[in-house]
Structures are given as structure tokens and as C-alpha cells.
Design a protein around this ligand. Structure first.
Ligand SMILES: C=C(O[C@@H]1C=C(C(=O)O)C=C[C@H]1O)C(=O)O
Length: 280
């Protein structure tokens, strides 16, 4: 997806391809994090002293340090990148001249992403306990959070693409004016796309999370032989990489609903300072 090309950036099928590619990024980021223990102390504030009077957790400290460096190389001037922390420094690079793709908006759901990641995701993919690999687990946490944030905030581009479709624009405008979030959610929901996504995701998680060895049949990987494939379980009870049902569940309960919330909240701000075309 080239965000410097406006037509590209609002093509719904190309946007859906971006979300499909981000499935791979998210699954592999989760697999990488799952190799370390929960390391709960990295999520608790006040456990460590930092080089300034920062009061947050080890992960929040690490994330803010990372985001400051990324901000200086203009990461957050891209319309598809949203930071978790602030304040952030100005870029040292001149900002790219992105065409005006999204309508001006303040939607950033990273605080919800962080809460759900710590409460619902990490405990479900990691073994309990503490393996002292705090830097490694925090590095993987940041990669998971950034991938989830990108995927969920792509909801803005999806919403803009749907809003600009003449077929529904008048309806969206009426629903936005009446503040009818429920009806907007219904109009933007595409159950067939969601169902196909969850089916594809389960197969991907089964295959990506497996140890592909010579003696594992393709049927076994695809779960055709009826076994509920414990991903990467070598049959001797050793730690598996990640469970396919955990990946599907986090998309169903968290990634898709939050993406749609971003779509709705983006549309709720869509008419501010906007002059509709004459025929609308
Ligand atoms: C992203 C879209 O909008 C909604 C959100 C989806 C998702 O988060 O995967 C899928 C379909 C829609 O219900 C889309 O239409 O592709």
C-alpha cells in the first residue's frame, strides 16, 4: 500500500489485502512473544528506577524510549502510524508530502489496545512465571502492540473508503448527523469478510505455529485428521508456539471489534469542517 498515492490508499480491496498481510505480522509477533514467560513484573509500575522520574512500568518505559527514536525518524507523520506514548520529539527528517487521504480526526485507541493486550492476550499466549528475559519479552511486546495498533487503525482508511462510496454516502451522512452509532456499525459491517478472515486465520495460525518437519503430513497441519492441532506441540508435551484458537479468539473478541470502533468513531468526526458535494 503506497500512502503517497491517494487512489491506492482508498481502494477497499487493496486495503483488505493490507489487513490480510498484517495477519501474518501479528501471528508471528505473538509467536515470538509466546516463547518467553509472562514476566508480569515488566508490566507493573514502580518496580524499577529510571534515568528520569518516569513512574510507569518497564514496558511503558521501553515503549516510550522506542517511540521517541521512531518519532525522530518521522514514523508518526505517516497516516497509518499511531503512538502509544507522549510527549514525542519532532522529526529530524523533513516530513513526506502525503496526499490528504483521511479527514482530520483525533481517533487513537492505543490505550484500549494496551489494556486488552495486557489483560487478555499476554496471559493467554505466555506460560506463567518469570524467566528473567525482560528485555526480550518487552521487545516482543512492543512489536505485538505496534502491529495490533497498525491493523486496528487501518479502520480509518476502510471507513473513508466506505464513506466515499456514492452508494452509501447519503446514508452515512444522515446516520452521522443523528449520532446513530449502532446503525453506522451495522452499515459498515461485512459479516462475509469477517467469517472468511477467521477461517483463514485459524489455518494460518495452525501452519505458522507448527514445527514443519519432514514427518508432519500436510493433512495433519491443516487439522484434516480431526486432531485439535496443538501448535508446535511435538507430541511430547513440550511448549507449543501458540494455539490457533487463541489467535482466532483475540481477533473475534478484540481486533475486529476495535477496528470497527475505529471505523465508527472516525466517521462520527467525518462531517466536521466538510463541505458535501452539491448533489449530496
Ligand atoms: C475492515 C472492514 O470492515 C469491517 C471490519 C472487519 C475487520 O476488522 O476485519 C471486516 C469486515 C467489516 O465488518 C472491511 O469491510 O473489510
Amino acid at each position: 500500500m503506497n500512502l503517497l498515492q491517494k487512489d491506492d490508499a482508498l481502494d477497499l480491496s487493496k486495503l483488505r489485502d493490507v489487513l490480510i498481510r498484517l495477519e501474518d505480522t501479528i501471528i508471528f509477533a505473538l509467536i515470538e512473544r509466546a516463547q518467553f514467560a509472562l514476566n508480569d513484573c515488566t508490566y507493573q509500575p514502580g518496580v524499577y528506577k529510571y534515568d528520569n522520574d518516569f513512574k510507569g512500568s518497564f514496558l511503558e518505559y521501553f515503549l516510550h524510549e522506542m517511540e521517541q527514536v521512531h518519532a525522530r525518524v518521522r514514523r508518526y507523520t505517516s497516516p497509518d502510524e499511531y503512538p502509544f506514548t507522549k510527549p514525542l520529539p519532532q522529526p529530524i527528517l523533513t516530513t513526506l508530502d502525503f496526499p490528504p487521504i483521511l479527514h482530520n480526526n483525533s481517533v487513537n485507541v492505543n490505550d484500549k489496545i494496551m489494556k486488552r493486550y495486557l489483560a487478555d492476550i499476554v496471559p493467554n499466549i505466555c506460560s506463567p512465571g518469570d524467566d528473567l528475559n525482560y528485555g526480550s519479552s518487552a521487545t516482543r511486546d512492543v512489536e505485538c502492540l505496534q502491529a495490533l495498533s497498525k491493523r486496528i487503525h487501518y479502520g480509518k482508511f476502510i471507513a473513508e473508503s466506505k464513506f466515499m462510496d456514492p452508494k452509501n454516502q447519503k446514508t452515512y451522512i444522515e446516520l452521522i448527523k443523528s449520532g446513530n452509532r449502532t446503525a453506522i456499525m451495522e452499515l459498515l459491517t461485512n459479516k462475509a469478510v469477517e467469517d472468511a478472515l477467521l477461517k483463514r486465520l485459524r489455518r494460518k495460525a495452525m501452519i505458522y505455529g507448527s514445527d514443519i518437519t519432514d514427518n508432519v503430513s500436510e493433512d495433519h497441519l491443516a487439522g484434516h485428521n480431526g486432531t485439535s492441532l496443538c501448535i508446535g506441540d511435538k507430541g511430547n508435551g513440550t511448549a507449543r508456539k501458540i494455539r490457533a484458537d487463541v489467535v482466532v479468539d483475540l481477533y473475534e473478541r478484540f481486533v475486529i471489534p476495535l477496528t470497527k470502533d475505529v471505523e465508527v468513531e472516525y466517521l462520527m468526526q467525518r462531517l466536521e469542517g466538510w463541505q458535501p458535494p452539491k448533489d449530496v
